[in-house]
Design a protein around this ligand. Structure first.
Ligand SMILES: Nc1ncnc2c1ncn2[C@@H]1O[C@H](COP(=O)(O)OP(=O)(O)OP(=O)(O)O)[C@@H](O)[C@H]1O
Ligand SMILES: [Mg+2]
Length: 300
């Protein structure tokens, strides 16, 4: 059985002279929480629009559950739930009544299922209150409940934490983790790195319509060269000594610190000691997803 739930093949979209999405190849595996990262205007919403059959691609294809999707072929979308932007809810109805209204669009959503999704998103206490009295976080929860009504296998969320306060964001993250534990696959777009870094198994980074990286967060970070900062009393002497260390890629002095990349802290210390130089401090600087992301999305 194939493990791929969603795949795009050279998916592209142009709006006049603007190439919003450029040859995007995404691959989502069953059961994962996949992060789709990119700065504003990168093309995330346009890509999602094509995946949901709302926007027709200029080139390339979307495949969901092994079947093609387009505005004319929406059958596989029956197994998908989505929340793109703020949910369209009627403010003068309760959360529950909004869900009942939306449930009429699907064939087989019972009142029991409505109660179940309300419970799932933690809105049982507020379900009978009017939506106009809800916080942004509560509206997002009802939006997510709506996406869950027809028991989708895949949920696509476009920036679901936009406008939420830190507590609301944390609750939404927990909710997404719980859903994945229930067996749902999640495609989550976000421009917030720390959000994605915390909860996603794999990520794709989009910049100006193109994928600049895709893979496990740990692998992406692992590919990056670490920088080692070495504190010495005589930087000029140490810098001269390190010229002869094999593997050094970058070497610069900053006050009494040397910044070295391409080699490990251990190799640097061993080499310096062999030259009778004893470093007082050795700091290995971890590259986090944020610096990696900035590097990938700025240098184009
Ligand atoms: N209907 C449209 N007509 C013309 N240009 C569009 C249209 N939709 C999107 N674009 C352009 O395509 C590019 C990608 O936009 P998109 O909304 O997909 O980015 P995004 O990654 O979702 O950004 P954000 O983080 O701001 O939501 C932008 O340059 C945008 O101006
Ligand atoms: Mg967007």
């Amino acid at each position: 059985m194939s493990n791929t739930i969603l795949q795009t093949h050279n998916l592209s979209k142009t709006f006049g002279p603007v190439t919003a999405v450029n040859q995007v190849n995404l691959q989502l595996h069953t059961g994962e929480l996949f992060g789709f990262l990119g700065p504003n205007g990168a093309g995330k919403t346009t890509t999602i629009g094509m995946v949901l059959g709302l926007v027709s691609p200029s080139a390339g294809q979307v495949e969901l559950f092994g079947q093609p999707v387009s505005p004319n072929q929406t059958r596989p979308l029956r197994r998908v739930g989505s929340l793109v932007g703020a949910p369209a809810l009627l403010p003068y109805l309760s959360g529950r009544d909004n869900l009942r209204l939306l449930a009429r669009l699907s064939d087989d959503v019972s009142d029991g299922r409505i109660a179940e999704v309300i419970e799932r998103v933690g809105m049982s206490d507020a379900a009978y209150r009017k939506v106009s009295s809800y916080s942004t976080g509560m509206k997002q929860r009802i939006g997510l409940a709506a996406a869950l009504l027809h028991r989708p296998d895949l949920i696509i969320l476009d920036e679901p934490t936009n406008g939420l306060d830190p507590k609301g964001m944390r609750e939404m993250r927990q909710l997404l983790r719980d859903l994945v534990a229930d067996g749902v696959t999640i495609f989550l777009s976000s421009h917030l790195l720390y959000e994605v870094e915390q909860i996603c198994d794999r990520v794709a980074v989009l910049n100006r319509g193109q994928i600049v990286a895709q893979g496990k967060v740990s692998d992406l970070l692992g590919q990056q060269k670490m920088t080692v900062k070495v504190g010495v009393t005589s930087p000029a002497q140490a810098q001269a000594a390190l010229q002869s260390l094999a593997g050094v890629e970058r070497l610069s002095a900053n006050g009494r610190y040397l910044e070295v990349s391409g080699v490990s802290g251990e190799d640097i210390v061993r080499h310096l000691v062999q030259h009778d130089i004893y470093p007082g401090e050795v700091i290995t600087q971890r590259v986090d997803l944020e610096s990696l992301f900035l590097e990938m999305t700025e240098s184009v």
